[in-house]
Ligand binder design. Structure first.
Ligand code: COI
Length: 355
């Protein structure tokens, strides 16, 4: 489909909204889905049958290839409500670009702008009452695509479903988290799929994360596959550190190219910090903590937003980070992004995509 061609979206509104059943003062992450979802089908080399329908179950074939060979990718995006009721999605164009990079790596079709962004906008317009407004809450948007061909041979599927579901959410992490440096298991190797947001990257994290949980840590800190010497990301978000006056984030194609991370690094530069995207060794971090030079460490992601890290475990020893209250940069970013996303201040970068 050309960029100018507009796809038409069929709308089938629900006759029974579930909105009144939601306790907006007690939102858990990812449990209650909004009334509608967007569904598009890819067949014979093109997208068709784009519709917004009541949220509900899907019928799938047991031989559907996504279940066997894992052609399945997704995104995480958030929408916020301003005091005047305006609904705004945060930087969804970046997620659309990343989604299509994930698709290309997994030999899946690209989703055009008018389905990904146009469809999302229309979906949120219909479910705008589901967007919560209290600070710390948002409507989490989950676009995903999976292979639907019924066939057991290993080959790219000839058919796909693209779906967008949404859910009102509160915090993913409600307090600072502890991380264990993972030096045995591996998330991604050079040339692999580490940069992409595919389902398998999360499935493979579950076992080592459970082991870390058993040792009393909330999450793992992945290290590189070759030497387990360089820090990559946490199981559910990117990582950012402030060492001295430099804001540093591990970078490379084995790491998810996070939109929140990009946003924070842009702000760091804008605010005159030295901002570096580069390799960070575990030694640099641990030595820095011991020398009192690591002022801040946090996880950055759509779901995690900014989650402070209070403790890092490495080779059987725990390293404690400075108190959260004194963390000048991450607290300033959190406050600034809250104000921007809820429409309380100007949006100088054009990051708010108004529905
Ligand atoms: C997100 O941050 O949106 C993600 O997809 C991460 C997931 C662990 C919830």
């Amino acid at each position: 489909m050309s960029a100018t061609e507009q796809i038409s979206i069929r709308v089938e509104p629900t006759s029974t909204s579930r909105l009144s059943q939601v306790d907006f003062n007690n939102l858990k992450f990812g449990h209650i889905m909004s009334d509608h979802m967007l569904v598009a089908e890819y067949n014979n080399g093109k997208w068709e049958d784009v519709s917004i329908v009541p949220y509900g179950e899907l019928s799938i074939s047991p031989s559907m290839s996504a279940l066997h060979y894992g052609q399945s990718i997704f995104e995480g995006i958030k929408a916020y409500k301003f005091d005047d009721g305006t609904v705004s999605i945060f930087r969804p164009e970046n997620n659309w670009e990343r989604f299509n990079k994930s698709a290309a790596r997994l030999q899946m079709p690209e989703v055009p702008e008018d389905i990904f962004l146009g469809g999302m906008k229309q979906l949120l317009d219909i479910d705008r009452d589901w967007v919560p407004s209290k600070e710390g809450t948002s409507l989490y948007i989950r676009p995903f695509m999976f292979a639907t061909e019924s066939a057991l041979g290993v080959h790219p599927s000839i058919s796909y479903k693209f779906i967008v579901i949404t859910c009102p959410v509160g915090a993913y992490y409600s307090k600072p988290i502890s991380l264990k440096v993972e030096t045995h298991y591996t998330r991604a190797a050079e040339g692999g799929v580490g940069f992409s947001k595919n389902a398998g990257n999360y499935a493979l994290s579950l076992y080592p994360t459970q082991l870390a949980n058993d040792e009393g840590y909330d999450q793992i800190m992945w290290t590189d596959a070759l030497e387990h010497k360089y820090i990559e990301e946490a199981g559910t978000a990117n990582l950012i550190f402030r060492i001295g006056d430099t804001i540093i984030t591990p970078h490379g194609d084995t790491i998810l190219h996070g939109v929140t991370r990009r946003t924070i690094m842009q702000l760091a530069e804008e605010w005159g910090y030295k901002a570096e995207q580069r390799k960070v060794s575990v030694k640099e971090l641990i030595d820095g903590i011991e020398a009192g030079q690591v002022a801040e460490a946090f996880a950055a992601g759509t779901a995690a937003t900014i989650t402070h890290i209070d403790r890092i475990g490495f080779e059987g020893k725990d390293y404690t980070l400075p108190p959260v209250e004194g963390r000048e940069f991450s607290n300033k970013v959190l406050d600034y992004l809250n104000q921007l996303r809820y429409g309380k201040i100007e949006d100088p970068f054009g990051w708010n995509f108004i529905v």
